[in-house]
Design a protein around this ligand. Structure first.
Ligand SMILES: Cc1cc2nc3c(=O)[nH]c(=O)nc-3n(C[C@H](O)[C@H](O)[C@H](O)COP(=O)(O)OP(=O)(O)OC[C@H]3O[C@@H](n4cnc5c(N)ncnc54)[C@H](O)[C@@H]3O)c2cc1C
Length: 464
């Protein structure tokens, strides 16, 4: 599958429907949910009715072989509001973790529980971070131990989780816990903890700077008992994983580092969300700068206003290209050897912060008050340099990849070429083509024009 920017009809339709949903359903209520810091249940209900809130929807998106449906959906939705967007997509994060760890039977059991159905909505959460371990997931201190001998004994979970989206209000919590202290972060496993399980306590809902329509909480696990079948992947897979980890530890091999590569595949999705915020702000402020008159002319006539916007438009497009490339790589199974997932998240999150900040500057006093949405977009954008790996962590991943690549050429040089031997033989800039074109040029005065046109058509370089 070649990387191609032309959308398919299905992608085009998805982007249009999502944009309409964002414009007509999300935008009109975004400020209200932000101010009240309230979970947007009616919007989720409408998303479910329109087909944007279900495991089958994500199966469709993930099934797109070009990889572009997911970032297109994310960008359009988050153009509407990042807080409401997060409330809508949070179960997909949990679903993605279940998809990576669970057995097929567990996937069938828990995927519907993450979303529910219109009229009976459900929520899911992915609980990894802890007060002492956000970036450094080696430092996790939530432990799971067996309540007795035998593979069918329950697990008992004790610990503390922080900043958990949908935490405490979710029907399904996917919880990361240490099962073997000696193995560090390699001795962790994922468990399903259902909402309402005794011992699972929501300590508090966190009061946030931005993305306030989404629910984020601190959780405590006090002897939370879960059945053996809630261990994702099951006992045999866990034993196998631990045995491999012991070999790595015994051999003192480098076992990778912190969060570092863990979320590489999901980072382009988060990057696309940040792009939605950046695009919203750029569009809004460009229109404002065209209308706002100062000293007798629209402010956009000043290079001091127009040039930063031109730079941001360029950087947003560059970040989108990185994001789509990473999404295409994930769908095509091309390994992220150069930290391409992190590159997309780093570029998109940082341009979102710069764009929203410049949007406020461009609007002056109007940008600083809640009459316009740009101050909210500024608060929302800041989250993106923090969660799913901070900007510093993205730089570490890219730097490690650079070190490991050790002079490797850029990705396109390494990719398997498409097209057959004829394509290569006649190629572009080959001696054969140069000779043929030279012969055609010297013959052009003696050959009838239709024949010449035909010859030039045959000499045209291959399309790919
Ligand atoms: C609103 C919100 C929602 C969230 N949702 C979820 C969720 O649903 N589930 C979940 O599990 N987590 C969630 N998180 C947690 C988030 O992923 C962490 O906050 C993030 O990974 C950073 O971890 P930390 O806060 O512990 O910061 P720290 O790891 O303590 O980092 C503090 C600072 O030090 C820097 N730093 C750390 N190590 C290094 C290093 N080696 N080199 C250079 N700089 C370094 C960091 O970049 C950062 O600037 C959420 C967070 C927020 C704010």
């Amino acid at each position: 599958m070649a990387f191609d920017l032309t959308p398919t009809a299905a992608q085009h339709d998805l982007a249009r429907r999502t944009h309409e949903f964002a414009e007509q359903i999300v935008r009109p209520v975004a400020a209200e949910y932000d101010q009240r810091q309230e979970f947007p249940w009616p919007v989720l209900e409408e998303a479910a009715i329109q087909g944007f809130y279900s495991p089958l929807f994500y199966r469709d998106l993930i099934g797109d072989p070009t990889g572009l449906s997911l970032p297109m959906f994310m960008e359009e939705l988050f153009w509407g509001c990042a807080g409401i967007g997060l409330a809508i997509v949070m179960p997909a994060l949990a679903l993605s973790a279940i998809g990576q760890a669970a057995s097929p039977e567990q996937m069938l059991r828990w995927a519907p529980e993450c979303f529910g159905t219109p009229g009976d909505l459900k929520l899911a959460a992915l609980a990894i971070s802890e007060p002492e371990g956000g970036s450094d997931v080696r430092n996790l201190r939530t432990y799971a131990v067996r309540s007795g001998p035998g593979a069918d004994a329950d697990w008992i979970i004790n610990g503390h989780k922080m900043w958990i989206g949908n935490g405490g209000i979710a029907n399904v919590h996917v919880v990361n816990a240490v099962v073997d202290k000696e193995l560090g972060h390699k001795g962790q496993a994922l468990f399903i903890v259902e909402g309402g399980t005794p011992g699972l306590e929501m300590v508090r809902k966190l009061d946030k700077l931005g993305c306030r329509a989404s629910h984020t909480a601190e959780l405590r696990f006090d002897s939370v008992r879960v059945p053996a079948e809630n261990l994702l992947g099951g006992q045999d897979k866990l034993e196998h994983k631990l045995a491999r980890a012991r070999e790595v530890v015994a051999g003192a091999q480098n076992s990778g580092s912190a969060t570092l590569g863990t979320f590489e595949q999901t980072r382009p999705m988060v990057a696309a969300q940040a792009l939605g915020i950046a695009r919203a702000a750029l569009e809004y402020v460009t229109e404002y700068a065209n209308r706002r008159i100062a000293f007798g002319a629209p402010i956009i006539d000043n290079q001091g206003i127009a040039f930063p916007l031109a730079d941001l438009a360029t950087q947003i497009d560059a970040a989108r290209l990185l994001t789509w490339r990473a999404s295409w790589m994930a769908a095509s199974g091309v390994p992220f050897d150069r930290g391409e997932g992190s590159m997309s998240k780093l570029a998109a999150s940082e341009v979102a912060v710069r764009t929203t900040e410049q949007a406020i500057q461009t609007m002056g006093g109007w940008g600083y008050v809640t009459d316009h949405p740009v101050e909210k977009w500024y608060r929302d954008a800041k989250l993106y340099t923090i969660f799913e790996g901070t900007s510093e962590i993205q730089r570490i991943v890219i730097a490690h990849a650079l070190g490991a690549a050790d002079g490797k050429p850029p990705l396109h040089v390494d990719l398997e070429p498409s097209g057959g031997p004829l394509n290569r033989w006649f190629g572009r800039g080959t001696p054969l083509r140069t000779r043929a074109a030279g012969a055609a040029l010297s013959a052009k005065d003696h050959v009838p024009e239709p024949l010449m046109r035909l010859a030039m058509k045959a000499l045209r370089p291959p399309r790919r």
